[in-house]
Design a binder for this molecule. Structure first.
Ligand code: AMP
Length: 305
């Protein structure tokens, strides 16, 4: 398939090892690009820019085919090993402790996009080295680009990260990352600082406390969907971003009302993602289930003056 999709993501496609207080799995499909694209595929056609090795089996790859995700820019390196991440969560499921990161095929990855991919209107730079994010951003003639990052890159590649932040329209990160990146414990001050570096919008994911949205002169916040059992939070952030960007790309608009709905769709997708290991729950999700939670969010947050 070489047609232009409305949405493109660059990010990791990974084999994870996950430990939560409720169970563990030593081979779990993961990666920012994978979680993002599975979530976004409920809203629009999405393409993935990433790299995998031989150990990513045909059965693993079926996750992309099931959801009709465009993998014409997913490179397979013969003899290479797929990116691996091992993480653990304590009872505070908001923060993952990284036990191991092996870049493997990502260490030498030089993304070369197809001509069709270069015309994608909506682009998401998923969590991956900031230099790679920028190499992809520079190749795409898009109308809206958003990015994620993580503590690792804030700590070891800050200068490169700031260069990438300067060339995006929106940043979608969690509250701990926003505070660390800005060097500010107050989230409002941290948001103001980050917006001063280039992005017009900042979405701060706050785990079980919901999400907040900042621009230079507006603010919007929502609670998280009230779930009784969170099983595996891995991929919650990417599923959020997938719902957010998927809805924007489907609407082909970025006005305030559309962005607010996109935040609700992002939260809806994240709430389903955390119910089971990996993207298992999203693989069984139906459009009706998405509509149900979307409408419940309106009930939870609506009040009369
Ligand atoms: P999150 O949505 O923030 O929970 O992201 C989870 C995914 O991020 C996991 O499936 C990991 O494979 C992936 N990941 C963790 N560390 C890195 C990293 N340094 N670079 C790229 N992807 C990562």
């Amino acid at each position: 398939m070489s047609s232009t999709c409305p949405l493109l993501v660059v990010g990791s496609v990974a084999i994870d090892a996950i430990k939560t207080p409720f169970g563990e799995r030593d081979r779990s499909l993961g990666g920012s690009g994978l979680h993002f694209s599975v979530s976004a595929s409920f809203f629009t056609e999405v393409g993935v820019v990433a790299v995998i090795g031989d150990d990513f089996t045909a059965e693993d790859e079926s996750v992309f085919h099931e959801r009709k995700i465009n993998i014409s820019n997913l490179e397979r390196i013969p003899g290479g090993k797929t990116f691996r991440w091992a993480g653990e969560y304590g009872f505070d499921l908001n923060t993952a402790k990284t036990l191991d990161t092996q870049l493997n095929v990502f260490a030498d990855f030089k993304p070369k996009l197809s001509e069709a991919a270069k015309k994608t209107p909506f682009l998401f730079l998923g969590n991956i080295q900031p230099t790679l994010q920028r190499e992809v951003r520079e190749q795409v003639d898009c109308k809206f680009v958003a990015m994620d990052t993580m503590n690792l890159w804030i700590e070891i590649a800050r200068e490169e990260l700031l260069k990438t932040i300067a060339v995006v329209d929106a940043m979608i990160i969690n509250d701990a990352e926003a505070r660390e990146l800005a060097g500010e414990s107050n989230l409002i001050k941290a948001a103001r600082k980050i917006i001063g570096w280039g992005p017009k919008m900042l979405v701060v994911k706050r785990g079980e406390y919901g999400a907040a949205f900042f621009t230079k002169d507006s603010y919007f916040a929502i609670p998280a969907y009230p779930l009784e059992s969170v099983f595996d939070p891995t991929g919650a952030g990417d599923s959020f971003a997938g719902g957010f960007m998927g809805y924007l790309a489907q609407s082909d608009k970025i006005d305030d009302a559309t962005v607010r709905r996109a935040i609700i769709y992002g939260s809806t997708m994240a709430s389903y993602n955390v119910e089971e290991f990996s993207c298992d729950r999203l693989r069984r999700l139906t459009p009706q289930e998405i509509r149900d939670r979307f409408h419940q969010f309106k009930e939870f947050t609506h009040f009369e003056i």
